[in-house]
Design a protein around this ligand. Sequence first.
Ligand SMILES: Nc1ncnc2c1ncn2[C@@H]1O[C@H](COP(=O)(O)OP(=O)(O)OP(=O)(O)O)[C@@H](O)[C@H]1O
Ligand SMILES: [Mg+2]
Length: 510
Amino acid sequence: MDYKIEEIASILIQQIKGYEPELEVETESRGTVTYVGDGIARARLEGVMAGELLEFPGGVYGMALNLEEDSVGAAILGPYFHIKEGDEVKRTFRIMEVPSGEALIGRVVNPVGLPLDGKGPVNPSAYRPIEHPAPGVVQRRPVHVPLQTGIKAIDSMIPIGRGQRELIIGDRQTGKTALVVDTIINQKGQDVICIYVAIGQKASTVAGVVQKLEETGAMEYTTVVAANAGEPAPLLYIAPYAGCAMGEYFMYEQHRDVLLVYDDLSKHAVAYRELSLLLRRPPGREAYPGDIFYLHSRLLERAACLHESLGGGTLTALPIIETQAGDVAAYIPTNVISITDGQIYLESDLFYAGQRPAINVGLSVSRVGGAAQLAAMKQVAGHLRLDLAQYQELAAFAQFGTDLDKATQAKLTQGARMMELLKQGQYRPMPVEEQIAVIYAGVNRHLDDIPVERVGAFEEGYLRFLHSSYPQVLKNIRERKALDEETQALLDKSIAEFKKSFAQPDDEVQ
Ligand SMILES: Nc1ncnc2c1ncn2[C@@H]1O[C@H](COP(=O)(O)OP(=O)(O)OP(=O)(O)O)[C@@H](O)[C@H]1O
Ligand SMILES: [Mg+2]
């Protein structure tokens, strides 16, 4: 046979040109369920992303958590009794998302965004992934605007800045929820969107909070995300991330200020422990899985005060942790203490002794909030925290009935009145200018000659008097934000004047 080299070459070249690879580019998007139970499913499925939504029969979704070589462990986010071994499961190629945007303001929803308030469907304008990377260092700026809680003891001694993370920690029934609810109520007119995430609480408790927020008009700028005690662990687990995603929308897209409350992360950790053990992850310290620290740090790192170059906007986080018998050294409390920028420590002893809010001044701190505190507040309350911590030590010592020198006695007299002054009823947040006026009276020893039990009455009467006779004092503080000599003189004058009319208990006629 006679072959020509050129001919062979041209045939080969043509064949190569015409070659089309027949590669299987699409990975399998369907698989089968191999195990189901306790809200957990295992499925044979490949190429799944961490946190991807999987679709089970009956339109029930699950979230992929464990990615193993030949199977996937998923948490089922809904009723799962109809799902059986051998059922088909589909990939959605979507990471878990929640509805976000204005439509959620004023609503009570569950962690996947379904309404719980009977006010009809939520029609969201946007969706956001529940997991989102936290902004880096260069995308942030230090906190510089105060988040006024309206609570005297906090705004004066443990100030919180917008974008900060401040932990609220204490035993059960010490007024933790009361603090955050008052803070939300105090945001009225402050242009702060509030998101209250209730994790593992009784439905009746959450209903009580919602009712209070409605009564005070706070629902107008608040979203409540509730995963109550009866719900399956996966829902409790995603609740804080879902709330955070809803808040991020307002920070990133609208550059607004957001306040997020997680009530509480102890129950969140327990839900995660349950979920992890069901997924057969090895337990570690106190039977929590090894990544429990990462669980809370990646959530709280998302709180931020965004840099101007990104348009600004802040997300303040107030996580709550419940301790057992005051043990702040347990695993979860120490984790969250180390993640946050400070803690407000509430104590049962103080609570039962009538000191409410029951804040332990010595153990509470806000490491960054001072930078955002109003100058006028800094002027009057700069030394208050140390003075009161000192007072508490002295008071314990003085109980032994030792002879006390004049200076110590004076400290005790003033300290007792300051402690009394810092008491505050529930649902009664106080505007910062009023706080400054009454704390000014206390630290400048104008209350020393008033009996301790009359301090509360003095405070109330004096504020009423200020509003009616010296409204310019409050206006000055509000507008100038610092105490100038003129305002200080007016404060002194008004206090002296009011004291004259402030009846002593014996000759009180009302
Ligand atoms: N400042 C306050 N003045 C008077 N009562 C208060 C004050 N703060 C809280 N309380 C009352 O104390 C009780 C416990 O408060 P709260 O529910 O806020 O505590 P908690 O620490 O969140 O409790 P739990 O551990 O059950 O969640 C409530 O009955 C509440 O009304
Ligand atoms: Mg509570």
